[in-house]
Design a protein around this ligand. Structure first.
Ligand code: KG4
Ligand code: ZN
Length: 336
């Protein structure tokens, strides 16, 4: 089955063609970062207008790069949630129009399931071979631990009480005077810095030994106080140590909880997906955890960590999805 995927849940306008739930024939992502950067975060009104303008061209490019015509496409998959309602609406409306006019099935996909499945793109390992699999999903909107028992069988073990890890990096970057999105900016600023220079709090470290969860709002507050108490730090070259220490606090909290969950659940593999999984320091720390536990680690390939439509088309082709009718609505808070 050859699926055209459409993704517009946040600030990337994306379309892709994927065959047999795995083989990526094209993956076009147009980021809106430049449009949102002056505001230091995603502005929903700007995002949906930009999707509206860009999506037709992005879909054409995805078909062209795949060497496909509309006749070759068997189904139209679209992210229908979770995400920004006004952004989701653009992708869903486009998908409905295409499905109707071409008389092809319309397959609504959960964005989080797309991220979960992203780790199997470019990989020879199947979900069945890897499961049970413990997955750390870290994006700008979500941070959770998921037990993947089989394709489509997911158990949410823990999620964040407040900010997501990506959000903590984005907000922290803003406080440090860095640009948007904050994750890659903090990673860059942290180069050459000492991650142990400042002892920022690690969320959930002191909860009962078995408790699983994440909390990043205290870390962000702690950074704000630290900057207030050290007003000359940034002008005196303190940024690398500050960024490295802040990044380490986020990563430590993630790795600590993952390790705790691995002690509680017998799994075959563990994995990390989502935009924050692009972070090289996090990838190193996960490699080290794999050596320590003796468990194989799966990491999403870099192009599929941040939002993309390949993961949406892929999961729609990999697991049977109930086709939707023209009444399909967006689900901004759809959980996995
Ligand atoms: O998965 P994603 O593209 O969108 C959501 O579904 O939210 O993730 C975006 C998040 C942002 O918070 C961004 O700062 C973070 O991923 N991110 C990174 C890196 N690249 C993107 N965080 C840390 N290091 C990176 N290299
Ligand atoms: Zn995402």
């Amino acid at each position: 089955m050859k699926v055209l995927g459409i993704e517009t849940s946040c600030d990337e306008t994306a379309a892709a063609v994927v065959c047999a739930g795995r083989e990526v024939c094209s993956n076009v992502v147009l980021t809106q970062v430049a449009q949102h950067r002056p505001f230091g975060g995603v502005v929903p009104e700007i995002a949906c207008r930009a999707h509206l303008e860009a999506l037709p061209g992005v879909i054409d490019m995805a078909l062209e790069e795949a060497g496909s015509t509309w006749d070759d496409i068997d189904a139209i998959a679209v992210t229908s949630g979770p995400g920004l309602a006004s952004s989701l609406l653009i992708g869903v409306s486009a998908a409905k129009g295409l499905a109707r006019s071409l008389n092809k099935p319309l397959l609504p996909v959960n964005h989080l399931e797309g991220h979960v499945y992203s780790v199997f793109l470019d990989s020879d390992v199947s979900v069945a071979d890897a499961s049970p699999l413990l997955m750390l999903l870290v994006t700008g909107g979500h941070t959770c631990l998921i037990l993947v028992e089989a394709l489509g069988v997911y158990r949410l073990l823990a999620s964040t009480c407040d900010d997501a890890a990506g959000e903590a990096l984005d907000k922290g970057a803003k406080l440090m005077g860095l640009g948007y999105p904050g994750g890659p900016e903090v990673e860059l600023a942290a180069k050459g810095g000492n991650p142990g220079a400042i002892d920022f709090p690690r969320g959930f470290k002191h909860h009962e030994k078995d408790a699983l969860g994440f909390s990043f709002s205290g870390l962000k507050t702690s950074l704000r106080y630290y900057l207030e108490n050290h007003p000359d730090l940034l002008s005196q070259g303190g940024l690398p140590d500050l960024a490295a220490s802040y990044q380490e606090a986020v990563i430590d909290a993630l790795v600590m909880q993952l390790e705790r969950a691995l002690r509680q659940h017998e799994v075959r593999t563990f994995a990390c997906v989502g935009g924050v999984a692009r972070n090289q320091r996090l990838r190193q720390r996960l490699d080290a955890l794999s050596v320590k536990t003796g468990l194989p680690l799966m990491l999403t390939s870099l192009p599929y960590c941040t939002d993309n439509a390949a993961m949406i088309a892929a999961i729609a082709g990999a697991r049977p999805h109930e086709p939707a009718g023209m009444e399909l609505d967006v689900k901004p808070s759809w959980s996995l």
